[in-house]
Write a protein that binds this ligand. Structure first.
Ligand code: NI
Length: 384
């Protein structure tokens, strides 16, 4: 079925992972990581393209004459979080850490790339994509805008995330929606400032903003079908500097989540209607800006079924968790190519810090799982 995944390769992958964890880099600053990946890929015989999306790296391995092709993607960026694990391999960069396990993703894909290069039985083309800036900045979109799919044209593309919410040995690749789309919004509530002791002389934007925060929940509670899923969270309120001054302006901000284009249209229309009408009731004005940031991550049924079959064959338990309202910029790749996103179970026994926690550390016990799963997808595409 496939070449051997040796203990040595897993151990080497673990050393890469620990090194990357010590040296995390923020979005579009993944210079050291990118250099490391590019050097290794060249060493293994891949044709290497650099500079897509700034620090992005693409490796291509062509074997035989078959036209089948597959692309596998890992993300390389870290987060602006001060690490609190106290581990020997903790981040050496103040305020920056791999709190989402992208150090593990990069290492596993590099391990799989190394294994594939050592195989003599492949026939077709393997592309490995190491992308910058998955967190919030949309590095996938920048790689596409820089011509990624003009250079490579994979039949299918796959991306994988470690998933500390499921046990090791499990794999999820559901048909259809897997992770939500996300947007951000800003609402500027403008009134009339006055002395805090003489509120009748004001048009109080603090009072109006408070009502808007509550009223926005009508969109999820009453405007969308209870069987659809959206989220509107106000996460920022800024306004006022003094105990005795009613300010002129209060700024609200937050995030929105949805799956369908209709839901996005509804959210945008109702954010404006609710904010403006509530503000008007308090003799204030509201200015609303909403930005659609990432689309929803929607798997192709045939590609997802292919992952599930390959995972079962490789000994994984295939699970079907609910979609997540978290967002993932792999969605941009899935807008252009057939493919599927994958969650690889990585929960720790005992204390199991969640993604983006300052105490998170990629679970090295699943490094071999990731390489094995990638290797099986490669086998089932390039030995077909
Ligand atoms: Ni992540």
């Amino acid at each position: 079925m496939s070449a051997d995944l040796t203990h040595d390769l897993v151990e080497e992958t673990r050393q890469w992972r620990l090194d990357l964890h010590r040296h995390p880099e923020l979005a579009y600053q993944e210079h050291r990581t990118s250099e490391f990946v590019a050097k290794k890929l060249a060493e293994y015989g891949y044709a290497v393209t650099r500079g897509l999306g700034g620090t992005g790296v693409v490796g291509t391995l062509q074997r035989g004459t078959a036209s089948h092709s597959i692309a596998l993607r890992a993300d390389m960026d870290a987060l602006p979080i001060q690490e609190q694990t106290g581990l020997p391999h903790a981040s050496t960069v103040p305020g920056v850490m791999h709190a989402c396990g992208h150090d593990g993703h990069t290492s596993m894909l590099l391990g799989a790339a190394r294994l594939a290069a050592s195989r003599k039985d492949l026939n077709g083309t393997l592309h490995v994509i190491f992308q910058p800036a998955e967190e919030v900045e949309g590095g996938a979109l920048r790689m596409i805008e820089d011509g990624l799919f003009d250079r490579i044209s994979p039949d299918r593309i796959f991306g994988l995330h470690n998933w500390p919410y499921s046990a090791p040995g499990t794999v999820a690749a559901p048909d259809g929606p897997m992770m939500s789309a996300f947007g951000t919004f800003d609402i500027k509530v403008e009134g009339k400032g006055a002395h805090g002791a003489m509120p009748h002389q004001s048009a109080d934007p603090v009072l109006a903003a408070g009502q808007i925060v509550s009223a926005l929940q009508v969109i999820a509670a009453r405007n969308i079908s209870p069987l659809d899923s959206i989220v509107i969270s106000v996460t920022r309120i800024q306004g006022g500097d003094a105990y005795n001054v009613i300010p002129e302006i209060v700024n609200l901000g937050g995030t929105t989540r949805w799956f369908s284009a209709e839901a996005a249209d509804l959210i945008e229309r109702r954010l404006v209607e609710v904010a403006q009408s509530v503000a008007a009731g308090f003799e204030c004005r509201a200015e609303v800006k909403h930005l659609r940031r990432y689309p929803a991550t929607i798997n192709d049924a045939d590609a997802a079924a292919f992952v599930r079959a390959s995972a079962s064959e490789a000994g994984f338990e295939v699970i079907s968790p609910q979609p997540s309202m978290g967002a993932e910029d792999f969605a941009f790749f899935l807008e252009k190519k057939h493919g599927s996103y994958i969650w690889l179970g990585s929960a720790r026994e005992g204390e199991n810090p969640v993604l983006h926690s300052p105490r998170f550390d990629f679970n090295d016990n699943v490094l071999g799982d990731g390489i094995r799963l990638w290797n099986n997808l490669i086998s089932n595409t390039l030995m077909a």
